[in-house]
Write a protein that binds this ligand. Structure first.
Ligand SMILES: [Zn+2]
Length: 837
C-alpha cells in the first residue's frame, strides 16, 4: 500500500516579504497576506513546474536564482543542502557543532521564507574541511547520502536540477562541494530507476528530472575576463535582475534579504537593482533555447483532470479583485473540490496545500490555538485559547476543533459571521507518550560523518514536524476543508509587543554540568557542580554520577527537591582522578520515583530564528593529563574568537586579556608568554601599532606565540621578526602521521617529552594556513601531510630573537583544547615554557 507523501516544509507556501518591509523579524509570527500577495500565490498555484537547487552547506545556495524561480517564474523551488553546516564558525554566539547546525538549519528556513523556496537536507554531517570528494565520501556514508539525494528527487519531483558546484573539478574547492555535484548527477539517473533504493518506493515513486545544470560564474573561471571569453554555447543566461512592482523590490533585493539570514556566518548582504545575469551550463538533458522548463507543460494541463481546474483558476487569476479577494472564494472552493479528485497523488498534495492557504487568506480567516504556558511535560495538561474568525461575507462554518496527539474533539457547529470572533477555552491533556520537542536528527549519537535517523519518514525534513496541533474543520458553503495549526505560545512584551514562541514539550527534569570538559593537570580531587532544572512543580529525587572505572565520584548519591517548575538545584560532587593520564565521560543520572533521567535541556534563542529546544545526553569529559609547566602568567590578545584562554586556565595558567590598544613599551614584561588568538592579525586593527612593542617584548626575553592567520588580509606585512610567508597549506586529516624534524629541540622535550602519543585523538584537523617559506632563523619542528600530498614543515616554527622566542603555529590548538586533547595541552605547555629553566 502506498502511504501519503510527506511534503517538505509542509504548511509553508507563502513568503513573508511584508513582515520584513515593516520591520518585523520574529520568525514564528503567523503570516497574514495582503491582496497583492494573495494574487502572487494564485499565480504560483497555476504554475506546475519545479526546480531543485543542490549545494553542500547552508549559505552555498544562490538566493538570486531561488528567488527568481519562485517569484518570477512562480515555480516550486527547493534548496537541497547536503549538510546543516555544523562544522562552520559562529559569529553570533558560543554554539558549535550540532548546536550550530541547528541554528544554521533555521537560518536556511528563515531565508526560504523570504525568497519563497522550500528546504531539504540529507543525513550527511558537516565534519569540517576536506580537500577532495574522495576524502569526503569516505567519511560520509556515500550510499546513504546518495540514497537521501535520490529520495529528495523522488519526493520533490523537480523538472530541473541546478548544481551550485562543478562535478568536474575535484580538488579546486571543498570536498563537500564537489561531492554535492557528483551525488546530484548520480541521483539524477538513479531516481528514475526502480531497482535503486527500492525501499523508498513504499512511500514515494520513481521520477526522472528533465535536465540538470551547473550554476557557473566567473568564480569558476578564475577571473571575470576569462569568463567573458569562455564558450557559452552550452550555457543559458538568465536576467535575474528583474523588478517586482507588486512587491516593491528587485529580485536582487529579495535575494539579499534572504542571504542576510545567515547571521551566524556574518553574511549580511546589501541588495542591488538593475539587470544582472546568472549562467546555467547544461550537464544533463537537452539544451533549451531560452527557458529551463522548455518542453515541459507547466500548466494545469500537465496532469490528468487538470484542464478543468486550470480553466477555473486562470479566471480567478485574471479576474482577481484586489479590493475584495473573497470574491474569488466560490471558484477557489470549486477548484479545491476538483483537486481532491485528482488521481496524481503528488500534485494533489502540493496543490491542496497551496489552495488551502489561498482560501484562508482570501476569506481573512484567522485560526489559532494558543497555550497558556510556554512549555509542559508529557502527561500534563495545558489550557488552550482557541480563536477562529472569518472576515468575509462568504458562508463559513466552524464544524469542530480536534487536538493531536490526544485526539480530543470539540464539536462547535457554528457559522462564522463576517468579522465576528469565535473564541473558546479548551483543556489539552498531553499523553504520556508525547515526545520532547527536539530535532529528530539529534536524538541518537551520530558518527563523524552521518546523523542517525531511526524514523525513515523524517529523512530529508528540515525540522521535526510539530506534534501538538489543532485541526480546525471548516465548512465552506457545503465543502469541508481542514486547517492544521501548530499550538503556539504568545505573550505581550512591554517593549516589542505581541511575541510568538513555539509551544514546547520539555522533560520533567534537566541535568547539566557548567562546563563540557574538565582537565585535571594534578591527581587532586576537584569539586564540580551539577545543575538540576525542574520541568514541573514539586520535583523530588536523587542524583548520582556515572564515570569510567579509574575515576571516583563522591558522594554516591545526593537528594534534591525543587518546588517550582523552572526552579533549579545545584549539587556538588567530588571527582577523584586517576594517577596516570586517562579520560572518561561523567554522566549525571537523576532518579525520580522509578524513572531515570540523563538528558540536558538546551534552549537556543536568537531573534532571527524561532526559539529552539534541544534535549541531549548530559556529559562532562574529564581528562587527566600528565603535564609539567614552566612559567604561569600568560597575556592573551583576542583574535576572531576562540576558547584558548579558558582552556589554558583549566590547566593552571593565569591568563590575562591584553587590550592591544593599551600595549606600551614595558606593559608586557610581566608575562611569561604572550599569545595571539586565531586570526588576530586579520581582524585586530590595533596590532598594526602594537607590533613593534610585541617584538620589543620578545627581544627583551619574552615569549610570543602567534596562532594561525589567513594568508589573505593580513594587517601587518609580517607578524614575525624574520621573513615568514603564510600559505594556504593545511592538513585536514586529524590522524595524519606527524614526524619530528629535530628530535632534540627543547619544544619537543622540555618540560614534557613529546611522543607520537601526543598526536593521538586529535579532532577535525591538524592545522591550517601553515607558512611555506621562512628564513633560516626559524627551526621547523614538525612534518605532516595529507594523503597523496607533499609533506608540510611549517605547522610549528620556533625562532630565537634577542633574548626571547617567537613561535608561529598553524596547529589548531583552538579545536583540540575544548575537546580536552592531552597532547595538544602538553605541546602548548612546552611552547610557553621555552627558554625558561
Ligand atoms: Zn560551502
Amino acid at each position: 500500500m502506498r502511504k501519503t507523501i510527506i511534503l517538505y516544509f509542509m504548511p509553508k507556501i507563502f513568503s513573508v516579504l511584508l513582515f520584513f518591509i515593516l520591520g518585523f523579524t520574529q520568525a514564528q509570527t503567523p503570516e497574514k497576506l495582503n491582496a497583492s500577495e494573495i494574487h502572487q500565490e494564485i499565480k504560483k498555484l497555476n504554475f506546475l513546474g519545479s526546480v531543485l537547487y543542490v549545494g553542500a552547506h547552508p549559505d552555498d545556495e544562490n538566493t538570486r536564482l531561488i528567488s527568481y524561480f519562485a517569484n518570477k517564474k512562480k515555480a516550486r523551488v527547493a534548496y537541497l543542502s547536503l549538510t546543516r553546516g555544523d562544522g562552520g564558525q559562529n559569529l553570533i554566539g558560543p554554539e558549535l557543532q550540532e548546536q550550530l547546525g541547528l541554528i544554521r538549519t533555521h537560518e536556511l528556513l528563515a531565508a526560504r521564507k523570504i525568497d519563497g523556496g522550500e528546504q531539504i537536507f540529507t543525513r550527511a554531517k558537516d565534519f569540517g574541511y576536506s580537500k577532495n570528494p574522495d576524502e569526503t565520501l569516505k567519511i560520509w556514508d556515500k550510499n546513504k547520502v546518495l540514497s537521501d539525494v535520490v529520495l529528495a528527487i523522488r519526493k520533490f519531483k523537480p523538472d530541473v536540477i541546478i548544481n551550485r558546484f562543478d562535478h568536474r573539478s575535484p580538488g579546486s574547492t571543498h570536498g563537500h562541494h564537489t561531492s554535492s555535484a557528483l551525488l546530484s548527477l548520480e541521483a539524477f539517473e538513479l531516481a528514475a530507476d526502480s531497482s535503486a533504493f527500492p525501499e523508498q518506493l513504499n512511500s514515494t515513486a520513481a521520477f526522472q528530472p528533465k535536465r540538470a545544470f551547473f550554476n557557473t560564474s566567473h568564480w569558476f573561471y578564475g577571473s571575470r575576463e576569462a569568463f567573458e571569453e569562455a564558450d557559452k554555447s552550452a550555457m543559458l543566461s538568465l536576467d535575474v535582475g528583474v523588478y517586482f512592482p507588486e512587491l516593491g523590490l528587485s529580485n536582487s533585493e529579495i535575494a539579499a534579504l534572504s542571504r542576510s539570514q545567515h547571521q551566524s556566518q556574518g553574511f549580511g548582504s546589501t541588495g542591488t537593482r538593475g539587470t544582472s545575469n546568472e549562467y546555467l551550463e547544461l550537464i544533463k538533458g537537452e539544451m533549451p533555447e531560452s527557458d529551463v522548463f522548455e518542453g515541459i507543460d507547466t500548466s494545469w494541463n500537465r496532469i490528468e483532470g487538470g484542464r478543468e481546474i486550470g480553466d477555473i483558476l486562470k479566471k480567478v487569476e485574471t479576474e482577481f479583485n484586489f479590493r475584495d479577494p473573497s470574491q474569488s472564494l466560490p471558484e477557489l472552493v470549486k477548484a479545491y473540490k476538483l483537486i481532491q479528485e485528482l488521481e496524481n497523488e503528488h500534485w494533489r498534495e502540493v496543490k491542496t496545500n497551496q489552495i488551502k492557504d489561498i482560501i484562508a487568506a482570501s476569506s481573512g480567516l484567522f485560526l489559532e490555538a494558543a497555550a497558556e504556558t510556554p512549555s509542559v511535560t508529557a502527561g500534563e495538561k495545558v489550557s488552550l485559547n482557541l480563536e477562529a474568525i472569518n472576515r468575509s461575507s462568504y458562508p463559513v462554518t466552524l464544524n469542530s476543533v480536534e487536538l493531536s496527539p490526544n485526539n480530543s474533539r470539540l464539536q462547535v457547529g457554528q457559522s462564522l459571521k463576517n468579522n465576528q470572533s469565535w473564541v473558546s477555552e479548551l483543556d489539552f491533556h498531553l499523553p504520556e507518550s508525547t515526545k520532547n520537542t527536539t530535532p529528530y536528527w539529534l536524538q541518537k549519537e551520530s558518527t563523524n560523518g552521518m546523523y542517525l535517523v531511526e524514523d525513515s519518514e523524517m529523512i530529508g525534513l528540515p525540522k521535526t514536524p510539530v506534534e501538538t496541533q489543532a485541526t480546525f474543520r471548516m465548512d465552506f458553503n457545503g465543502t469541508e476543508i481542514e486547517f492544521n495549526r501548530p499550538v503556539i505560545y504568545k505573550y505581550n512584551d512591554a517593549v516589542v509587543g505581541e511575541t510568538y514562541r513555539p509551544f514546547m514539550i520539555i522533560p520533567e527534569v534537566s541535568v547539566s554540568f557548567e562546563k563540557d570538559v574538565e582537565i585535571f593537570e594534578l591527581n587532586e580531587p576537584r569539586s564540580i557542580s551539577v545543575v538540576i532544572k525542574a520541568g514541573r512543580d514539586n520535583l523530588k529525587g536523587s542524583l548520582r554520577l556515572e564515570s569510567g572505572k579509574n575515576w571516583k565520584t563522591l558522594p554516591e548519591s545526593a537528594d534534591f527537591r525543587i518546588d517550582q517548575k523552572g526552579g533549579t538545584a545545584i549539587l556538588t560532587f567530588e571527582i577523584i582522578p586517576p594517577d596516570d593520564q586517562d579520560e572518561t565521560f561523567i554522566r549525571p543520572v537523576a532518579k525520580i520515583g522509578e524513572k531515570e533521567y540523563t538528558d540536558e535541556l538546551i534552549q537556543i534563542d536568537y531573534k532571527h530564528i524561532p526559539l529552539q529546544n534541544l534535549v541531549m545526553p548530559a556529559k562532562l569529559k574529564a581528562v587527566r593529563i600528565e603535564i609539567q609547566k614552566k612559567g604561569e602568567y600568560i597575556g592573551y590578545i583576542d583574535g576572531a574568537g576562540d576558547a584558548v584562554p579558558q582552556s589554558l586556565e583549566q590547566i593552571g595558567y593565569r591568563v590575562e586579556q591584553v587590550d592591544p590598544a593599551e600595549i606600551s613599551d614595558n606593559s608586557l614584561s610581566k608575562f611569561d608568554a604572550v599569545v595571539t588568538g586565531i586570526r588576530a592579525y586579520n581582524v585586530v586593527d590595533e596590532l598594526k601599532f602594537a607590533q613593534k612593542h610585541l617584538l620589543e617584548y620578545v627581544k627583551n626575553g619574552g615569549n610570543l606565540i602567534v596562532q594561525y592567520n589567513t594568508s589573505r588580509g593580513m594587517l601587518v606585512d609580517n607578524p614575525a621578526p624574520f621573513p615568514l610567508q603564510i600559505s594556504r597549506d593545511r592538513v585536514t586529516d586529524e590522524r595524519a602521521e606527524v614526524s619530528f624534524l629535530d628530535k632534540n629541540h627543547p619544544v619537543l622535550n622540555k618540560p614534557n617529552k613529546i611522543t607520537e602519543n601526543d598526536f593521538k585523538n586529535w579532532v577535525q584537523e591538524r592545522g591550517l594556513y601553515f607558512p611555506d617559506q621562512w628564513s633560516e632563523e626559524f627551526a621547523p619542528i614538525l612534518s605532516m601531510k595529507d594523503k597523496g600530498e607533499e609533506p608540510t614543515q611549517g605547522s610549528l616554527l620556533v625562532a630565537k630573537y634577542g633574548d626571547g622566542y617567537f613561535i608561529y603555529t598553524g596547529l589548531s590548538f583552538f579545536r583540540q583544547f575544548p575537546e580536552g586533547v592531552p597532547g595538544a595541552y602538553r605541546l602548548f605547555a612546552n611552547m610557553v615554557s621555552i627558554g625558561k629553566e
